[in-house]
Design a protein around this ligand. Structure first.
Ligand code: CA
Length: 222
């Protein structure tokens, strides 16, 4: 199921888009200001972001600039009442994939969302069959990892955890982020499941690769 985040402060529009997308089988979350949008995108995994420009806090264009500056590649469709060509140019220049002006028809937004997801899926299939970090390779098709020249299979959760690290090399990932991405449920502060699985991965990939960052989480060394 594709996950879509709607960044929209107007409840009526957010509810309209949310209901429409849910009816077409998407999992939808809503953020109502720029701060929340940035936090949710960083903490979770989405397939697409629908971004209003007139958001409380930072402007949507600043949100866009920050996300792209951090290397975030998820498709972003701007949905805004600003219909001036200069706004559209600014949006595309800062890394938006598409621009829909309000008022809009839901069907048009849906078509553009589907087009973006199709592009992303076919691009992902071509480029991302194998992820690499130094001598380590992770094959997304066979779900195997290559360590010291040998391919080995990883159990499902370990593979998903390894994939998360491979996709964020050098970045500190908190336990909450790892739980959300790998196990997909809300953080239980008492759970040490992440630490347990990190220790499994360390045994297989090598002890020094996954650093513990005190009080923060884990970092996959590049
Ligand atoms: Ca707005």
């Amino acid at each position: 199921m594709n996950r879509i985040l709607i960044a929209e402060d107007e409840p009526r529009i957010a509810a309209f888009v949310e209901k429409g997308l849910q009816a077409h089988g998407f999992a939808v979350s809503v953020a109502t200001d720029s701060q929340q949008t940035l936090l949710i995108v960083e903490a979770s995994t989405f397939d697409l972001l629908i971004l209003d420009l007139g958001l409380p806090g930072q402007d949507g264009l600043q949100v866009l600039t920050q996300l792209r500056g951090e290397g975030e590649t998820l498709p972003i469709i701007i949905l805004s009442a600003r219909d001036d060509i200069r706004d559209k140019v600014a949006g595309f220049e800062r890394g938006a994939d598409d621009y829909v002006t309000k008022p809009f028809r839901f069907e048009e937004l849906l078509i553009r969302i589907k087009a973006r997801l199709r592009n992303r899926n076919s691009a992902n299939r071509q480029i991302e069959a194998i992820l690499q970090n130094g001598n380590l390779l992770l094959d997304l098709r066979t779900r195997k990892v290559k360590v010291d020249g040998c391919w080995m299979e990883l159990p499902c959760r370990e593979f998903n955890l390894a994939e998360t690290f491979f996709r964020h090399p050098g970045q500190v990932l908190s336990r909450e982020q790892l739980l959300d991405r790998v196990w997909g449920y809300a953080y239980d502060p008492g759970s040490n499941i992440v630490d347990v699985y990190v220790s499994y991965l360390r045994k297989k990939l090598g002890n020094n690769l996954i650093e513990t960052v005190r009080g923060m989480g884990y970092r996959f060394k590049t």
